[in-house]
Design a protein around this ligand. Structure first.
Ligand SMILES: [Zn+2]
Length: 289
């Protein structure tokens, strides 16, 4: 009886059952041209640009740690709230690690121009809302600056920047105080995204202590501050990492990205205001309060 039913279902449904339509991928590079059109519709023109870097991560983590982690979190978030995710992007600000092997530090104008052309090209393909998800601390000034430069002239799309997402309260207590790069938190997150690339046995072979070699007041900034404090490009103790902390922090990050995607999708003001602003900026003397 079962066999009979199944065969009649097969005849009735035909090829649709034999070749079920695959779920739309969130990965830009995995979509066909026709599926890309459907993906842009499904995402309501919302596209994500996870932004990593190639730089040393202590003695125990891979050069692509920031890229691998930000892509892991972003792709998980896009599975919960559909959006098209741009391929690997790691062309950011990392001059402070040029003295370490494996760092790729593009010049300033290339960073800006490539990012502008990338978002322009995304928008030309229907991504009218581009959410840059930052995974690298060295981009924390570059990205707000990039967003600000979008005001220089009109665009038919909006650039949104999601900086570091604060870990929600609760969760496993942290064991270390200094934890800025390849330390307890970052190593814990890699234990979730790519545990096979974490060399825990090497985590204590270099020091990630703060050498505090500059004597300045807090409000004075210099580019050499990081090297002054952490010349090994390592800040903290990777050996303190745990799976539990990694899962908690990764979940908090993913939730933060999901919230950001939803907020960006719901935003019907930014493009309207951008257009209004640029229209007024053509004839400022006519602008009245
Ligand atoms: Zn990192």
């Amino acid at each position: 009886m079962r066999k009979l039913l199944l065969s009649s279902v097969l005849i009735f449904v035909g090829p649709a059952l034999l070749w079920p339509q695959a779920k739309l991928s969130t990965h830009w590079e995995e979509l066909t041209a026709a599926d890309f059109r459907s993906a842009i519709q499904k995402s309501q023109g919302t596209c994500l640009l996870p932004f990593g870097i190639l730089e040393k991560h202590g003695p125990h983590l891979p050069l692509g740690t920031d890229l691998l982690d930000v892509r892991y979190a972003t792709l998980q978030a896009a599975d919960q709230e559909y959006a098209v995710v741009f391929p690997d992007y790691y062309f950011g600000q990392i001059f402070e690690a040029k003295h370490e092997p494996g760092t790729i530090a593009y010049s300033t104008h290339v960073q800006r121009e490539l990012l502008q052309e990338t978002t322009d090209e995304m928008a030309r393909n229907g991504c009218k809302k581009v959410l840059i998800v930052n995974g690298h601390g060295g981009n924390e000034y570059l990205l707000p600056f990039f967003a600000q430069t979008q005001m220089e002239g009109p665009h038919d799309y909006v650039v949104y920047v999601l900086g570091s997402v604060e870990t929600p309260p609760g969760g496993p207590a942290k064991k270390t105080k200094i934890d800025m790069h390849a330390g307890e938190s970052e190593t814990s997150k890699m234990l979730i995204s790519r545990p096979d690339l974490v060399h825990m046995d090497r985590a204590a072979t270099e020091s990630g202590a703060d050498l505090a070699r500059q004597k300045l007041t807090e409000s004075v900034y210099t580019g050499i501050w990081w090297y002054a404090r952490f010349p090994n490009h390592y800040s903290g103790e990777g050996a303190a990492a745990t799976n539990e902390l990694g899962q908690f922090e990764m979940n908090g990050w993913i939730d933060g990205i999901v919230k950001a995607i939803r907020a960006v999708k719901a935003d019907d003001q930014s493009l309207k205001l951008q257009n209004e602003f640029h229209e007024k900026s053509k004839h400022p003397l006519d602008t009245r309060p």
